[in-house]
Design a protein around this ligand. Structure first.
Ligand code: GP9
Ligand code: MN
Length: 416
């Protein structure tokens, strides 16, 4: 098995050249607190879109102009949904093809973001107002090296201020602030929002910032209403961070965890988009927001093709952090000019700058029509290898063979 980790490492050295993760942006957010915000079920197409003349995400629309914004960015989650995104971001490994790694492999050795940040004197925390047991987070967060998980029991949750799985986003951020204020800096604080979750309900008149009547709206319009609510919550959170003097010392990273509107609602969505949703349109709908906001740094749109697997390297790059141990990471900094230009999805489909491989067919991404299959074949092996090596790491618990100084233990049995 210790041989297997060698194989993964040589594959990654050859294919992904992790040393190229140092870009010209390296270290722009050095020493800052890292605030990571998971935007529940938030797809990219809601950005800069109006419904009945009203912006769906007025705050985010403004924010992306003052941030690094990556428009060619896809979610890569599978059945583990929110937890799959969390897993990719902290580890640079792909999620599993079935279930959630959080549930299936919580006792593995990992070399996760909290551990890497700890080397730099950071503490790591998660804020999420659902139960600790959901997605086995309580256990997995310990394994990943989080120092504290503020979960449902740390919040005042009432019938009035909650919906669906937990606290609504506005009181969630508000109630998180006293805890956040007390953390020693620098910190890594992850916030998982929750209100924009299927079946997209608000209940309360005061939470409706769009002129949409929940009781008479279809799912897609309810989605717009909860996204608009989430946008308002983020805005208020930024205001609180400024008020508490945390904002200026922080880099704030926001990402949509996965799609919110599944294929079953294509009909309703087609009405809003005013066109039929083709297979490549469906792929476009898998794009999610990815935003890096550094106070005082000018905004810029970065068109690099990428996905959630790349978030960890992108964060390490912008924060100027070089991990002390050897990394086994399938991502690449999106600031890097040397790109792999390939996004691998868990079901084996993929997208490159030109082509998309979907439902076993090869498509020209820009025009959406089917092209000769051999235009996609050069990538097929690479895609299978990526997923296979990542799975091997997880199922073989291979990271236990990496020692703290980066030297690989030759004979694992001698360690036991
Ligand atoms: C619940 C949150 C949302 O805690 O993770 O659930 P999901 O999007 O994973 O279904
Ligand atoms: Mn989710």
């Amino acid at each position: 098995e210790s041989n297997d980790i060698h194989k993964v490492e040589s594959y990654l050295k050859k294919e992904n050249a992790p040393s190229l993760s140092k870009s010209s942006y390296h270290g722009q957010a050095q020493g800052k607190n890292l605030i990571l915000i998971s935007l529940e079920s938030t797809q990219q197409f809601v950005l800069n879109r109006k419904i009945n003349g009203e912006e769906i995400t007025p705050f985010l629309n403004k924010l992306i102009k003052e941030s690094y914004y990556f428009p060619n960015f896809y979610h890569q989650t599978a059945q583990g949904k929110t937890s799959d995104a969390e897993f990719m971001i902290d580890n640079g490994l792909y999620p599993l093809s079935g279930g959630s790694v959080f549930v299936r492999r919580p006792h593995n050795d990992y070399y996760a973001l909290p551990a890497i940040l700890k080397e730099q004197g950071y503490i790591s925390t998660v804020f999420h107002s659902n139960d600790e047991s959901f997605w086995n987070r309580g256990n997995m967060y310990q394994t990943l090296g989080y120092d504290r998980f503020f979960s449902k029991k740390d919040y005042q949750v009432t019938e009035e201020n909650s919906v669906n799985y937990g606290l609504k986003d506005i009181p969630f951020f508000k109630q998180s602030i006293p805890y956040l204020k007390k953390l020693p800096q620098p910190f890594y604080a992850k916030f998982l929002t929750l209100t924009n979750h299927f079946p997209f309900l608000l209940h309360n008149e005061d939470d409706r910032f769009l002129n949409i009547d929940e009781n008479n709206a279809d799912l897609v319009h309810r989605y717009f209403a909860t996204v608009r609510y989430e946008d308002e919550a983020i805005k208020q959170f930024f205001d609180l961070l400024k008020k508490e003097g945390i904002y200026n010392n922080s880099v704030i990273v926001l990402y949509g965890d996965h799609y919110g509107i599944s294929r079953s609602y294509d009909k309703e969505l087609e009405e809003v988009l005013g066109k039929k949703i083709s297979l490549t349109d469906q792929l476009d709908l898998q794009k999610v927001p990815f935003i890096i906001h550094i106070p005082g740094v000018k905004g810029k749109q970065i068109n690099t093709l990428g996905g959630e697997i790349d978030i960890r390297q992108t964060i390490l790059d912008i924060m100027g952090i070089v991990p002390k141990k050897e990394e086994v990471d399938f991502g690449r900094s999106l600031f890097s000019s040397d790109r792999k230009n390939l996004v691998v999805f868990r079901d084996g489909s993929f997208v490159t700058n030109k082509y998309a491989y979907l439902d076993d067919g090869c498509y020209d991404k820009s025009v959406g029509n089917k092209v000769k299959r051999n235009l996609c074949t050069p990538y097929l092996d690479k895609v299978q290898n990526e997923l296979m090596y990542s799975d091997n790491v997880i199922f073989g618990d291979l990271l236990r063979f990496l020692e703290s100084d980066g030297i690989i233990i030759k004979n694992p049995s001698s360690k036991e």
